[in-house]
Design a protein around this ligand. Structure first.
Ligand code: PBG
Length: 318
């Protein structure tokens, strides 16, 4: 009877699986994220093929950049030869029936690790740990160019995650000017300066060389700010919006879901994944049951789509 009266379900089509790809010679396991590896381009393509064969429909790509290719603006993100763009192209050429999202941010491509171009003088230590570091408006132009490069390579969705003001508008205009009217924008509209991104920064090698992201990501001590972030992105033409992190932000997911009609995604982030694994390794809880419960909670709060490192396991568990 419990089964017949349940009203929350998680369709496999709603899951988005993050993939980290780079120029390493072989898959490189991420120590803080059991089951997740950085993948060379060929392995990333094969992983997508295999999981698509098992029914997974959506993937989001992150690029890992060797230090020699990092620069002050993160220009390598827009290079057709960069791993993310090569994977996009290969998946497009293979005609796989999947939706490919490209994470659109510069932190994995800049030599200082921030999500955009720095304000003049910021790198010299004047930033003092908090406050504005990134030159918002100069970063917008680069976002537009990179979005076009990702769409050229075959991205179905570009997903800006840098929390720059005006990013959706800049990206939408650049895509339209380049004729990419069909490429959708999934904005990380509501993204907090969270302590739960640590393992991701290992995986993506996108940590900051100084300072933090409080100048552009949101303060989790503010309960209403999400509304203006959401409305701004919708007005600029966001096709879908993301809340991030997810498990500690169920109230925010619910608020966003009730305040708009576009699809709402939630990102169950690396630290939220890692802590379930760490507790399970100690025998404090059952990984499968705790992961399912958490994913159901995110869905119940109102997420239409869930970005999760558990996606391959959820394929079997659901
Ligand atoms: C890049 C980005 C981050 C994540 C996704 N895109 C890290 C950050 O903002 O520091 C985090 C994802 C995760 O923790 O799983 N801007």
């Amino acid at each position: 009877m419990r089964e017949t009266v349940r009203d929350v379900t998680i369709p496999v089509s709603s899951l988005i699986y993050p993939i980290f790809t780079g120029e390493m010679p072989a898959p490189n396991p991420v120590a803080s994220m059991p089951g997740v590896s950085q993948l060379p381009v060929a392995e990333a393509i094969q992983t997508i093929r295999d999981l698509a064969g098992d029914g997974l429909k959506q993937f989001i790509l992150f690029g890992i950049t060797p230090p020699a290719k990092k620069d002050a603006t993160g220009s390598y993100a827009g290079d057709p030869d960069a791993p993310v763009n090569r994977v996009l192209q290969a998946v497009r050429d293979a005609g796989l029936d999947v939706v490919m999202h490209a994470d659109l941010c510069f932190c994995e491509y800049t030599d200082h690790g921030h999500c955009g171009v720095l304000l003049d003088g910021a790198a010299s230590g004047g930033a003092g740990g908090t406050g504005a570091v990134v030159d918002n408006d100069r970063t917008l132009q680069n976002l537009g160019k990179t979005a076009v490069a990702q769409a050229n390579a075959g991205a179905d969705v570009v997903a800006p995650s840098g929390m720059m003001d005006g990013m959706v508008q800049a990206i939408r205009s650049a895509l339209d000017e380049a004729g990419h009217h069909q490429t959708a924008v999934l904005s990380y509209a509501v993204k907090y300066a969270s302590n739960f991104y640590g393992p991701f920064r290992d995986a993506g090698e996108g940590g900051m060389s100084f300072g933090d992201r409080k100048g552009y990501q949101m303060d989790f001590r503010r309960s209403r700010e999400w509304r203006s972030e959401l409305l701004a992105d919708l007005e600029q033409g966001a096709d879908m919006v993301m809340v991030k992190p997810a498990a500690a932000y169920l109230d925010i997911i619910k608020g966003v879901r009730e305040s708009c009609d576009v699809p709402v995604a939630a990102y169950h982030v690396s630290g939220e994944y890692a802590m379930l694994h760490a507790a399970a390794e100690k025998g404090y809880l059952d990984l499968k049951q705790a992961a399912l419960e958490t994913t159901y909670a995110i869905r119940r709060a109102g997420a239409d789509q869930i970005v999760t490192y558990f996606a391959p396991q959820l394929l079997k568990w659901l």
